[in-house]
Design a binder for this molecule. Structure first.
Ligand code: TDX
Length: 350
């Protein structure tokens, strides 16, 4: 198969390519990525000289660029990861989210619709998020039939893109599948997200900024399990169908930060109290969803997928990865990263 992976230089896309490219030499993988701030070519070093992998720098919001790469590659499968993904960035600057996540997805769907006929054995796999469902209260789980109710410009843009993908299936018969996944963590995640931000700040003895009272709940999934789920759904899921992917690891943010401090203290030999003392409760995120939790029974029953890592094993692997990949860390923390930290955290009062 000829496979286009959009956003393959980002966190989840790069993990997906690192898992699949070396093990599936019979398939060719083309990483279609704009190489924005969140991309890091270091993340692809292990595969970038393999014969079944290439990179094309493409902005998916530009239809001419999308057409050119589809004409060149004629893909059988598109796995669409490319997205602006950070909620806080979407609050401070929503335009890029609307453009990349909605128009970018639309351009890719158009490229497929123009080239694929109904009886072709091809597939557009859309990677999405549980944030489209909005917030849960203290109980309940998101199922695939939970009504969409997004809170942030980010989640609204992903919700819109999911709707357009489904519309292309119903209206034009385009073969699509969608996965909506809970919070990912693991190697190569850009340190604007909670877990890598806390690891790197703690290592530098910088404050650990916890929004509100730290009581918001997220369901955490190790990134390798998410990548495995996507590949499983591509192979075994039903066309036109949506699958929720989750880790069965509901944690309050404060628990996540405390666990990270403990694991970091064990791994580096420092006193855990020294790290706990860095915690700061800061001004909350506007529209902050209280709780996300996933009912993943459909993907388990229809496709036989279950996560392999527990939170404890996944967090330890993640901490060890950041400790032993300081070059990668230095690479992503450029001047632009510093500007982001000032913009997002400078105005949050403790
Ligand atoms: O400094 C912080 N302090 C803090 O308390 C940051 C960055 C986050 N938080 C809180 C906000 C959330 O409740 O931690 C939780 C996790 O925050 P993020 O890492 O920003 O993730 P979240 O907002 O939950 O969204 C993530 O999961 C779903 C991804 O960013 C999305 O792309 C994905 O779709």
């Amino acid at each position: 198969m000829r496979i286009i992976v959009t956003g393959g230089a980002g966190f989840i896309g790069a993990n997906f390519l690192n898992q699949l490219v070396p093990t599936l030499p019979e398939h060719s993988f083309v990483n279609v990525d704009k190489l924005t701030y969140a991309a890091n070519l270091e993340s692809l070093r292990a595969i970038d000289s393999l014969p079944n992998y290439v990179l094309r720098q493409v902005d998916i919001t530009d239809m001419a660029q999308v057409d050119a790469v589809f004409d060149e590659l004629d893909p059988d499968l598109v796995v669409h990861f490319a997205a602006e993904s950070h909620v806080d960035r979407s609050i401070l600057g929503p335009r890029e989210f609307i453009r990349t996540n909605i128009e970018g997805t639309f351009n890719l769907l158009e490229a497929c619709r123009k080239r694929w006929s109904r009886d072709d054995d091809r597939l557009f796999h859309h990677v999405s998020t549980d944030e489209v469902y909005g917030s849960l209260g203290d109980t309940g789980l998101f199922t695939e039939s939970t009504a969409y109710d997004p809170s942030s410009p980010y989640s609204a843009s992903k919700a819109a893109s999911d709707h357009v993908v489904r519309a292309y299936h119903r209206t034009y018969g385009l073969p699509v599948k969608i996965t909506n996944c809970s919070n990912n963590y693991g190697p190569m995640q850009f340190p604007e997200k909670l877990i890598p931000l806390m690891i790197l700040n703690a290592l530098e003895r910088k404050p650990l900024p916890i929004y509100g009272e730290g009581l918001n709940v997220r369901d955490w999934l190790y990134v390798a399990d998410h990548c495995d789920a996507i590949w499983t759904v591509i192979q075994k899921g039903r066309v036109g169908r949506t699958y929720n992917i989750g880790g069965n690891n509901e944690k309050r943010n404060i628990e996540v930060v405390d666990t990270l401090c403990q694991v970091l203290a064990e791994e580096t030999g420092c006193r855990v109290g020294e790290l706990f003392a860095l915690k700061r409760f800061v001004t909350d995120r506007p529209g902050h969803d209280l709780r996300y939790a996933i009912d993943a029974s459909r993907v388990r029953e229809e496709c036989g997928w279950e996560p392999k890592e527990t939170f404890d094993t996944g967090i330890r692997k993640t901490v060890r990865w950041y400790l032993s990949n300081q070059d990668w860390v230095r690479d992503v923390r450029s001047g632009d990263y510093r500007k982001w930290i000032d913009l997002n955290y400078g105005s949050r009062t403790a």
